[in-house]
Design a protein around this ligand. Structure first.
Ligand code: NG6
Ligand code: CA
Length: 519
């Protein structure tokens, strides 16, 4: 009976008509009908390669992330497409390298949608195969097409690029508007208190982080000195919408409850849920029950909080009997950062913890820790636990999942690595272009080449090595994972070959691209 049920479930509604008949017929258990699993992408914000105990963290314990990592394929060469959020998310959803779209860079909360509504997306693709599609959590891909009126329907947004359901924050936790948006409408908005948002100018009479330090419970270090919401200074100015403003400490539970509700609502259909948690991005605001739990201050505490959320979410799948029919992909949008603009003791209380693990750099960096992130595929009963060294990128999920659900659609830069993601092959990508604040570098085999870039070697603001240097850099990651030995001079032929292969994909490096100013 269960078998017939899942068979019918998996193909709904594409083959609905023919299946109505076969579902009613107990003899009709045709193995020819492929089953479509639910697909969940659990995506963290700024979680580093070394922030997960399954990836070697010893000072912090993440049992729920570990459960996925140890029970599925744990990729050690799994990459986000970029060392910052918007470009990585753009690539995840479109299967296109983010540097092909000059708008795909860290966006203000008022930026227009960077995905063309005519463009193929993972959500659209799965929807075309009968999936119900949902996104819960951080969006940060822009909304609207210019001027957004936050008091009316906000479109285009997730619902116009393939998501049937969306419950999102527009940009980041540190950017206004600090409200949730459900299917294009600000949740809980009181029409008598309309929202206004501006990234250039303050609204008259409104306090700011810069001018009113006495109102702050979390001081700013760099940036983050505009409007104050819940005692936290943000990027951008906002007025009104008081009843709709989120409570930072409750955000994790709030998104979790929406993700759980989504699963319960659509469990009868194959569903695709993009569950984009906000941790451990700044401002780090653990719920009181997690405060002090890590001994590392808020950054460690919100990692434990995120881990708990993942556990609770997976438990929901389990309780609903969905775990064996759900492919879970767990990853992060970019590498770690400690001080990303607020004084929150992330640096002072770090102790022996190494958010980047054995890798060099961090968020914003062209060195490995910028883009190499925890990356796990888990599917109970279908994926055998293993560690894979195959080179994979979030970019590849689109074409790989297309293959899983029997779609012919592929995206330009996305490789079909389904067998690798299912743990049946070690043949990953041969090459990958990585991006960090509009600069790009190139990995091929065990080698990585970083072209020369102007700008500081170490960012003064975030204290991270960015990968900028006057000369080409060439590293062999097999021998030198920590990128300590630049082999560019010792291996001129290899360097030349890497530059050529890089340019074949990338075009003339950096042509027309302005790198983001990081001090
Ligand atoms: C930077 C912010 C940083 C963070 C980042 C986006 C400043 C000085 N810094 O501009 O705090 O918000 O943008 O992070 O404002 S991301 O993970 O969404 O890419
Ligand atoms: Ca991020």
């Amino acid at each position: 009976m269960t078998k017939i049920y899942t068979l019918c479930k998996g193909t709904f509604p594409v083959l609905l008509l023919s299946l109505v008949a076969s579902c009613n017929n107990p003899q009709a258990q045709s193995p020819a009908t492929p089953e479509l699993p639910n697909i969940v992408v659990i995506y963290l914000d700024d979680l580093g390669y070394g922030d997960v105990s399954a990836y070697g963290a010893t000072e912090i314990s993440t049992p729920h992330m570990d459960r996925l990592a140890h029970g599925g394929v744990r990729f050690t060469n799994g990459y986000a497409s970029s060392a910052t959020c918007t470009p990585s998310r753009y690539a995840l959803l479109t299967g296109m390298y983010p540097w092909r779209n000059k708008e795909a860079k860290i966006l203000p909360g008022t930026a227009p949608l960077v995905i063309d509504t005519a463009q193929l997306t993972l959500a659209k693709l799965l929807k075309s195969k009968g999936y119900h599609t949902g996104v819960v959590g951080k969006w940060h891909l822009g909304l609207g097409s210019g001027e957004v009126n936050w008091n009316e329907q906000i479109a285009p947004g997730p619902n116009q690029v393939g998501f049937d359901y969306s419950y999102i924050m527009a940009a980041t936790q540190d950017r206004v508007p600090t409200v949730y948006i459900e299917n294009g409408f600000v949740a809980g908005l009181d029409p008598k208190d309309p929202i206004q948002v501006d990234y250039e100018q303050n609204f008259e009479g409104e306090p700011t982080g810069k001018d009113n330090p006495e109102l702050l419970r979390m001081p700013w270090h760099h940036g983050h000195n505009n409007s104050i919401v819940n005692g936290i200074p943000r990027i951008g100015f906002m007025k009104g919408g008081k009843a709709a403003q989120w409570k930072d400490e409750q955000m994790a539970d709030h998104f979790l409850s929406k993700a759980q509700a989504y699963v319960k609502a659509y469990k009868e259909e194959p569903f695709f849920l993009y569950y984009a948690l906000q941790q451990p991005h700044v401002p780090r605001t653990p719920h009181p029950r997690f405060v002090g739990r890590s001994g590392m201050g808020p950054r460690g505490d919100v990692i434990l909080e995120a881990d708990w959320c993942i556990g609770a979410f997976v438990q929901t799948l389990e309780e609903e009997g969905l775990l064996e029919n759900t492919l879970i992909i767990f990853s992060s949008d970019n590498g770690p950062v400690l001080n990303d603009g607020y004084y929150d003791e992330a640096v002072e209380k770090l102790g022996e913890h190494k958010p980047s693990g054995p890798l060099r750099g961090g968020k914003y960096s062209l060195f490995e820790a910028g883009t190499r992130v925890p990356f796990v595929t888990y599917w109970q009963g279908q994926i055998e636990p293993k560690v894979s060294q195959a080179l994979v990128c979030q970019l590849d999920l689109l074409s790989s999942l297309a293959s899983l659900v029997g779609s012919e659609q592929q995206a330009q830069d996305s490789q079909d690595l389904l067998e690798v993601f299912l743990g049946k092959s070690e043949e990953g990508r041969a090459q990958l272009v990585i991006e960090a604040t509009s600069r790009t570098a190139f990995r091929e085999g065990d080698w990585v080449m970083i072209p020369p870039y102007e700008g500081p070697a170490v960012s003064e603001q975030v204290n991270i090595e960015l990968g900028n240097a006057e000369d080409y850099q060439l590293y062999n990651l097999e021998e030198d994972l920590g990128q300590q030995h630049n082999l560019a001079e010792a291996h001129p032929q290899k360097l030349e070959e890497m530059i050529q292969h890089f340019q074949q994909i990338r075009g003339e490096a950096n042509e027309g691209i302005e790198a983001l100013e990081l001090k």
